[in-house]
Ligand binder design. Structure first.
Ligand code: SAM
Ligand code: SF4
Length: 345
C-alpha cells in the first residue's frame, strides 16, 4: 500500500489524544518484529527448505526503531512487544530496550522469544526494563521439540524458564501452538506447569500464516476442544473475568494453581472487535491487521527524514486505515501470505 505523510497537522497542544481507529478502538499495543532471522526452524513458521533472509539493509536500524517507538509513545502507546524472528539473535537488543523503556507512558515492555538464548540475557533484559516475557514452547518432550524446531535445544529453553522464574519477572507466559498429531499429546504436561510454577500457559490455534507451511483444516484443533481435552485430565478450569491486559487470550484458573491457563483462538473465535494492536514488520512496514497483507511503508519516509511531529501525524492517518477485522477483508478464514517470522506473530 503506498502512503504519504498526512498534510493534516493536529493542533500542537502538547499532549496528544490516544491513537484511535475509525471503529473507536484505542490502539495502545505495538508489536515490533526486530529481525526476520532465527536460530530455529519451527516447521509451522520457518520450514528448513523454504526461505531466504531479507537483505540486512532492508531491516530497520535501531535508531529507526527508537524513533518509531518514540512517536507511538507520544500517541499514547502503553505496551510495546519485541518479537521476530528470534529477537535475541540481534546484537545490542538490551541497549535498545533500555532506551525504549525510558519513554514516557509505557506500562509494559515485553519480549517474545523461543527461549534458547534467554538464559544468557535474562538478567540484562530485566535490568533494561523488560516486564513481560513470553516463551514459545510447544512440548516438554525433548525428541518432539527437536523434530518441531530442527534443533536439540530443549534443555536450554527449560533452563531459561527456570532462570526467569528465579529472577522474578512480573509476568512469564509459555505459548504453545497445538498441531494435531504433532503437539496435541503434550498439552497436559504443558498445562501442568501452570499448576506448579507462577507462569501462565497459553495454547494457540495453528494458523495458516505464510504460503509455505504444512497447514490444513485437519491440522488445527479449536481451542474449545483443547480446553475440554485438558479438563478431562487435569480437572475443572474456571473462566477468569476478561481484563484489558489479557489481550485475545481467554483465561482460566485451575484450583490452587499459581499460573493461569489461556487459549488464543484466532480461527475459531475472532477478537477483531477489541483489537488494540499495530504491528511493525522487520523490514519497516506498518501492518494494521495480522491477516491483511496491506502494509504501509514506514522505512522509506523515515529514511527520507520524516520524524518527530510529522511522523506522529503519519501514524495518526495510518491508524485510521485499520480494517474492522479479517471478515471485513472478504476472507472466509484467517490467512496471510507473509511469513510469521517477519510479522512477529
Ligand atoms: N522467535 C520467537 C518465538 O518463537 O517466540 C518470536 C517470533 S514467533 C514468529 C512468535 C510466535 O508466533 C510464537 O509463539 C510462535 O509459536 C507463533 N507462530 C508462528 N507460526 C505460527 C502459526 N503458523 N500458527 C500459530 N502460531 C504461530
Ligand atoms: Fe523462529 Fe519463533 Fe518462527 Fe520458531 S516460531 S522459527 S523460534 S521465529
Amino acid at each position: 500500500m503506498s502512503f504519504q505523510p498526512s498534510p493534516v497537522k493536529l493542533a500542537d497542544t502538547g499532549k496528544r489524544p490516544l491513537l484511535t481507529d475509525n471503529f473507536s478502538r484505542k490502539l495502545t499495543y505495538l508489536r515490533l518484529s526486530i529481525t526476520d532471522r532465527c536460530n530455529l526452524r519451527c516447521r509451522y513458521c520457518m520450514p528448513q527448505s523454504s526461505f531466504s533472509w531479507m537483505p540486512s539493509e532492508n531491516i530497520l536500524r535501531f535508531e529507526e526503531i527508537y524513533e518509531i517507538c518514540r512517536a507511538f509513545c507520544s500517541l499514547g502507546m502503553k505496551k510495546i512487544r519485541f518479537t521476530g524472528g528470534e529477537p535475541l539473535v540481534r546484537r545490542g537488543l538490551p541497549d535498545l530496550i533500555r532506551k525504549i523503556s525510558a519513554l514516557s507512558g509505557l506500562d509494559e515492555v515485553c519480549l517474545t522469544t523461543n527461549g534458547t538464548l534467554l538464559g544468557d540475557y535474562a538478567r540484562e533484559l530485566k535490568d533494561a526494563g523488560i516486564t513481560h516475557i513470553n516463551i514459545s514452547l510447544d512440548t516438554l518432550d525433548r525428541d518432539t521439540y527437536a523434530s518441531i524446531t530442527g534443533a536439540d535445544m530443549f534443555e536450554q529453553v527449560w533452563a531459561s524458564i527456570m532462570k526467569v522464574i528465579e529472577l522474578g519477572f512480573p509476568k512469564i507466559k509459555i505459548n504453545a501452538v497445538v498441531i494435531k498429531g504433532v503437539t496435541d499429546a503434550g498439552i497436559y504436561d504443558l498445562a501442568k506447569l501452570a499448576l506448579k510454577y507462577p507462569i501462565d500457559v497459553r495454547f494457540i490455534e495453528f494458523m495458516p500464516v505464510g504460503d509455505h507451511i504444512p497447514w490444513s483444516p485437519d491440522s488445527m484443533i479449536p481451542c474449545d476442544t483443547i480446553r475440554e481435552m485438558l479438563e478431562q485430565r487435569i480437572g475443572k478450569l474456571t473462566a477468569v473475568e476478561h481484563h484489558a491486559g489479557a489481550g485475545p487470550a481467554m483465561l482460566y484458573r485451575h484450583e490452587k494453581a499459581p499460573g493461569l491457563i489461556g487459549f488464543i483462538s484466532p480461527l475459531s473465535h475472532h477478537f477483531c472487535g477489541t483489537c488494540n494492536r499495530l504491528r511493525v514488520t522487520a523490514d519497516g512496514k506498518l501492518r494494521l491487521c495480522l491477516f491483511s497483507d496491506n502494509e504501509i511503508d514506514i522505512k522509506t519516509p523515515l529514511r527520507q527524514g520524516v520524524k518527530g511531529r510529522e511522523l506522529e501525524d503519519f501514524f495518526v492517518k495510518a491508524a485510521s486505515m485499520k480494517p474492522e477485522g479479517y471478515h471485513a477483508l472478504g476472507k472466509k478464514q484467517v490467512s496471510c501470505a507473509k511469513r510469521m517470522s517477519s510479522i512477529g506473530g
